[in-house]
Design a protein around this ligand. Structure first.
Ligand SMILES: Nc1ncnc2c1ncn2[C@@H]1O[C@H](COP(=O)(O)OP(=O)(O)OP(=O)(O)O)[C@@H](O)[C@H]1O
Length: 661
């Protein structure tokens, strides 16, 4: 039984329906220790035969047997395994992988063995020393001469200790000195007990071997033994091969990524910009929401519900209520609240205290000692909802006192002297109604005791009791038109507000409520809308990034077609090839995400420090969720973007891929 047997090998190529037979029944047997040269006219089918022997071609008729065992050439997995463990290839054009060093080129084959990583490295170094390249192991192939490249290729072909070495015109591109050296190396391989099959046109090569097989018209027409096959030495322990481990794929992709660092870094920057936009906009959205909440909470008490008369009887939305509140300045009587209604309200579960209040209509403030008269709207009684910290200068209004907004103070005293309004006396006048609904002018002597930062509050406030007493003295209706309801527990606020909203008289709702929460909800809806739109813009840029990755990966597949062929010939599976591309893309996504995070942190720091002085708040608030989202998005996008190109790479026919320029 011969080591390698070919029985009745037939192979045709088809162009449309036309059949072109190339191999017309080849029968050959080979033994270990032989150095066989295949000669024949150009186009005679030598390479076609070698592709069959080398496990690259699955479309033929006939049998290939190794050690008497039939090779199932329809079974892709078995062929992958056969190429990995049994075949080593040497090509005319060397076919080294350009982005790997000499050492790594040899290690690519060793990656599919069960040796430890130190053993792999040792073996690669040993083989490279044997072919005389000890000092070149860290060079890239482009810096080697033709002869040196071919010697690296020989070292790689021997790396996983295959029993058959197929050499297709191994000296075709070499000068006579290098040809001689390569032939001697091949001779040694045969002496080591391997089967060397060399396709050649050169009689020098052919005469160097132990046997010449000549092909003509798709058949063997001469089989000449020049000398005895070399004796097979005691078989040393064979190296075991295995499928390429996943981590080797990742390392390989990483090396390719680094080799093309500048090109890849441009893509990374592109993707990073998209991710940066996503993160910074989300952070800004959080910050603006937080800032508004802080601002609203600093002037309004979140545990207080503002209650107004529901003038429509039906459920009023927040917008309508705010409008009612603002209209109250023109017609305060419309919203007067009776004692009976207040009592009903006090009985609502969770209500701790009901404080009466007034929102005054248009008023006039005549400053004592000057002819200055200030008109305004929206003056209300100081109540539980007002926070003491909103007063920037002075104190909250006691009896006969009021606080004014900074803006109003500037109008009265001039922008530079607004603080001088403190301590000034004035006469406050406005129109109200009496018990019979007739208009009555109210006049209250008042002293300004505080200044409120009006950019963050409704503005001026007056002491409740003072207004009440004045209304009573001047025989006006003393019913309040506004209530501040303090709730027992902060977390009950919205339930209590709902209950108040639901109080009815003759099936008509009596009250409308405004809470800090509901106000914030409304504002935050707009902020969210704005930040969603920005995030949408960012998502578009991410989409562009994904397209960029797809295009680059497709280009990469075209550029690396030959490399894919080389790797398949070494025994790598389709899944390994696919993994190279997806993992490279994922690495790009991951690096882009890290880069985006660094940029985002820097920009966040810059913007926050720039604005902190102004608003005393970090306006960009990046959360861990935002960062996780960006990373997950980067990984998913880069993985999806690589899927199609990776699939295409994996599907390439290894023979055609090897033939690519
Ligand atoms: N994929 C293919 N499709 C169609 N025809 C092909 C294909 N590959 C090879 N052929 C044809 O098959 C024949 C044998 O080609 P092959 O490359 O095996 O010859 P060869 O003996 O190795 O030639 P050379 O010595 O010039 O390398 C040629 O006529 C070639 O044109």
């Amino acid at each position: 039984m011969a080591f390698l047997e070919l029985h009745q090998i037939f192979k045709s190529y088809f162009l449309g329906n036309n059949e072109f037979p190339v191999l017309k029944g080849i029968d050959l047997t080979f033994e270990k220790g032989e150095f066989v040269s295949i000669l024949g006219e150009s186009g005679g089918g030598k390479s076609t035969l070698m592709n069959i022997v080398g496990g690259l071609d699955r479309e033929f008729n006939g049998q290939v047997k190794i050690n008497g065992e039939l090779l199932d050439h329809r079974n892709e997995k078995q062929l992958d395994e056969y190429r990995r463990s049994t075949i080593g290839h040497i090509y005319q054009s060397y076919n080294l992988i350009p982005h790997l060093t000499v050492l790594d080129n040899v290690l690519v084959s060793l990656d599919m063995t069960t040796l430890s990583s130190t053993e792999k490295k040792q073996r690669a170094q040993q083989l490279l020393s044997k072919v005389g390249l000890k000092d070149q192991i860290h060079k890239y192939p482009k810096y080697l001469s033709g002869g040196q490249k071919q010697r690296v290729a020989i070292a790689r072909a021997l790396a996983s200790d295959p029993q058959i070495i197929i050499a297709d015109e191994p000296t075709g591109a070499l000068d006579s000195k290098n040809t001689q050296e390569v032939l001697e190396l091949m001779d040694e391989i045969a002496k080591d007990g391997k089967l060397v099959i060399a396709v050649t046109h050169s009689s020098a090569v052919a005469n160097h071997g132990t046997r010449i097989v000549h092909m003509a018209d798709g058949k063997i027409d001469r089989d000449e033994r020049l000398k005895e096959a070399y004796p097979i030495p005691e078989d040393p322990t064979r190296i075991q091969t295995q499928k390429l481990p996943a981590h080797s794929s990742y390392e390989f992709s990483f090396k390719h990524l680094m080799y093309n660092f500048w090109r890849n870094s441009l893509i990374m920057i592109g993707v990073a910009i998209g991710l940066f936009a996503v993160m910074i906009f989300s952070g800004l959205g959080n910050g603006v929401n937080g800032y508004i909440k802080q601002q609203v909470n600093s002037v309004s008490n979140p545990q207080v519900i503002q209650v107004l008369r529901n003038t429509t009887g039906r459920k009023m939305n927040q917008q309508e209520l705010m409008e009612t509140f603002q209209n109250m300045a023109g017609n305060p009587q419309a919203g007067l609240i009776s004692q009976h209604q207040i009592q009903r309200l006090s009985k609502v579960d969770g209500v701790k205290k009901v404080e009466k209040g007034f929102t005054l209509p248009t008023y006039r403030l005549a400053m004592e000692g000057t002819s200055k008269v200030q008109s305004g709207t929206g003056l209300s009684a100081w109540n539980a909802n007002n926070k003491a910290d909103s007063i920037k200068y002075g104190h909250r209004p006691g009896k006969g006192e009021m606080v004014v907004g900074k803006q109003e103070a500037s109008q009265i005293m001039g922008a530079k002297n607004y603080r001088k309004v403190l301590g000034k006396k004035a006469s406050l006048t406005f129109n109200w109604i009496d018990q019979k609904g007739q208009p009555v002018a109210i006049n209250i002597p008042i002293k300004v005791v505080g200044l409120v930062d009006s950019s963050t509050t409704g503005g001026s406030s007056v002491n409740y009791q003072t207004v009440y007493d004045a209304l009573k003295d001047q025989k006006a209706d003393t019913r309040p038109n506004f209530l501040a309801v303090r709730v027992r527990n902060l977390n009950q606020v919205s339930t209590v507000a709902q209950k108040i909203d639901n109080l009815r008289d003759n099936n008509k709702r009596v009250f409308g409520t405004i809470t800090v929460g509901s106000m914030l909800k409304r504002i935050n809806r707009y902020v969210k809308l704005a930040s969603d739109i920005l995030a949408g813009v960012a998502a578009i840029s991410l989409l562009v990034s994904a397209l960029m990755i797809i295009v680059t990966m497709y280009m990469s597949v075209s550029e690396r077609t030959k490399e894919i062929g080389i790797l398949r010939a070494l025994g790598e599976r389709k899944v390994d090839i696919r993994r190279f591309f997806t993992s490279e893309s994922i690495l790009i996504g991951l690096f882009a995400a890290v880069l985006a995070l660094v940029i985002t942190l820097l920009v966040t720091w810059g913007i926050n420090s720039a604005f902190y002085g102004l608003i005393k708040y970090n306006i960009i608030q990046l959360t861990v969720d935002n960062v996780i989202f960006a990373f997950v998005a980067a990984l998913i996008i880069s993985f999806l973007a690589a899927l199609l190109p990776a699939r295409r790479a994996a599907k390439l026919n290894p023979i055609e891929a090897l033939a690519a320029e």
